[in-house]
Design a protein around this ligand. Structure first.
Ligand code: ADP
Ligand code: MG
Length: 449
């Protein structure tokens, strides 16, 4: 009965972060037969993904609904499509791919695994009609992933990939436009391009004509079942001076955010980058760097290179004191990052801005974010009430009240517990002396304040 399925989904929605629920569960259909739940998924990829990542959660809810079994039904077997028309690569539009951007050299962590999986799937299976929109700040791997798709496809002999920046697109378009051949520009892309990789779409801000042309092109590519990957610094709706027609088309795609790498991923990246240069860094150096440098991947890369250069110049082995000198040199203050990290993680997870958090707004989700932040600062960083009141510019008594209210709620509200638990795991990865395996014990938290 689909009513039960709707309830089932409702329960999942309570337990999962909204974005995750939206991406993976909101559109799924399900049916209950006896004590078995059948979930219809669009493809093999989704099935594997759900099984790998959400099995426990699904089983937990299954239990709650007194169901015993689950089966995934794949609604469409996507067959690897055959290319019938031989391609003549004489007049390729676009840039060459840099061979250094491969999937093998891309370190996957929580911050980017969704983006990685989707890009990998596109390169491997070439599913039809995807519109993927990768967004996030500088240096988080948008170009790396996009080019990895291109490299992978080219290496398999598939050459109908167009790789352009938004600026290139504008230039090409202008060139054809000037010689009165806009129609042949359109034709060319429509006929020759199977996968369009278009980077830095935010560049088109204020360039109305190009935006319209792109919106038009996008429609015709997607109509033909072609796949498009865009990269951008921001979400479509956050782009300034963008035509609504283009914005709404972009928004209808699969929007995937690339986040700053978490602690575990930073360690992996540091090790990997050093290894590429023939170095094996000592354990404590990797730990130390990963804890101190919390920015984008480019920063990690340059720290590793800086360290190697330092060691070569000074003819000293790479050790902790060398790493400390480096950190000192790039001007990072030790330990100053943890409060920021907690603030950043809570804001990201609950989808609010830093300004909201420190505002006096009484909106439900903002109040909750504030309470969670205060709770974490107190419990895991042992920040004094005085420090916390100063940070939030609130009275001592208000902070105490917030902590009490929050703890009471935490003990009553199961879905809040699950959220806090999830957040705690995110945060604990970044804190010293707390392995990511630490299980968050809710009973313990009662005694903490
Ligand atoms: P963006 O396009 O998002 O600004 P890039 O893709 O240019 O970022 O990445 C910046 C640098 O960091 C590149 O050298 C890239 O290889 C590297 N990089 C980014 N993410 C990863 C990752 N997950 N693993 C390994 N290297 C990465
Ligand atoms: Mg880039």
């Amino acid at each position: 009965m689909s009513k039960t399925w709707e309830k089932f989904k409702g329960r999942l929605r309570e337990l999962l972060p909204e974005t995750i629920f939206k991406v993976w569960f909101s559109s799924l259909k399900g049916e209950i037969l006896g004590d078995k739940l059948i979930i219809e998924v669009p493809n093999e990829f989704t099935k594997n993904w759900l099984e790998e990542n959400y099995k426990n959660l699904i089983y937990q809810v299954l239990n709650e609904f007194k169901l015993k079994e689950i089966e995934f039904l794949i609604s469409e077997k996507t067959q690897a499509e055959q290319l019938i028309i031989p391609y003549n690569p004489v007049s390729i539009i676009g840039r060459k791919f840099s061979p250094k951007y491969t999937f093998e050299d891309f370190i996957v962590g929580k911050c980017n695994e969704f983006a990685f999986n989707v890009c990998y799937q596109i390169a491997e299976e070439r599913p039809k009609g995807y519109l993927v929109y990768l967004y996030g700040s500088f240096g988080l791997g948008k170009t790396h992933l996009t080019q990895a798709v291109g490299n992978n496809l080219i290496s398999k002999g598939f050459e109908r990939v167009y790789y352009l920046t938004a600026q290139d697109f504008l230039n090409y378009m202008m060139k054809y436009l000037r010689s009165g051949m806009l129609e042949s520009f359109r034709e060319k892309i429509r006929n020759e391009c199977e996968i369009l990789l278009l980077e830095e779409i935010h560049f088109l801000s204020g360039k109305e004509y190009t935006q319209n042309e792109l919106a038009f092109l996008l429609d015709s590519l997607l109509d033909q079942g072609k796949t498009v990957i865009f990269t951008s610094l921001k979400l479509p709706q956050e782009l300034q001076k963008m035509e609504n027609s283009l914005k709404s088309r972009l928004s209808s795609g699969l929007l995937i955010r690339l986040n700053n790498p978490d602690f575990a991923t930073r360690k992996k990246i540091i090790r990997h980058k050093a290894k590429k240069h023939g170095y094996e860094l000592p354990y404590e150096v990797v730990e130390y760097l990963a804890r101190q440098i919390r920015g984008d991947v480019r920063q990690l890369e340059s720290a590793v290179l800086g360290l190697i250069a330092r060691s070569t110049l000074l003819k000293e082995p790479i050790n902790l004191s060398l790493a400390k000198e480096l950190i000192d040199e790039i001007g990072i203050k030790e330990g100053s990052n943890q409060v920021e990290m907690i603030i950043e993680t809570v804001c990201r997870f609950l989808g609010i801005t830093r300004e909201d958090l420190f505002s006096y707004s009484k909106k439900k989700e903002i109040t909750l974010s504030r309470q969670i932040t205060i709770y974490f600062l107190r419990k895991y960083l042992n920040k004094s009430l005085k420090d916390i009141s100063r940070l939030f510019k609130r009275e001592h008594s208000t902070i105490i009240y917030n902590i009490k209210t929050f703890e009471n709620r935490l003990n009553r509200d199961m879905s809040l517990k699950v959220k806090v638990d999830y957040l705690f795991r995110e945060i604990s990865r970044e804190l010293p002396d707390q392995s990511s395996e630490v299980e968050y014990n809710l009973n313990e938290s009662k005694n903490s304040l």
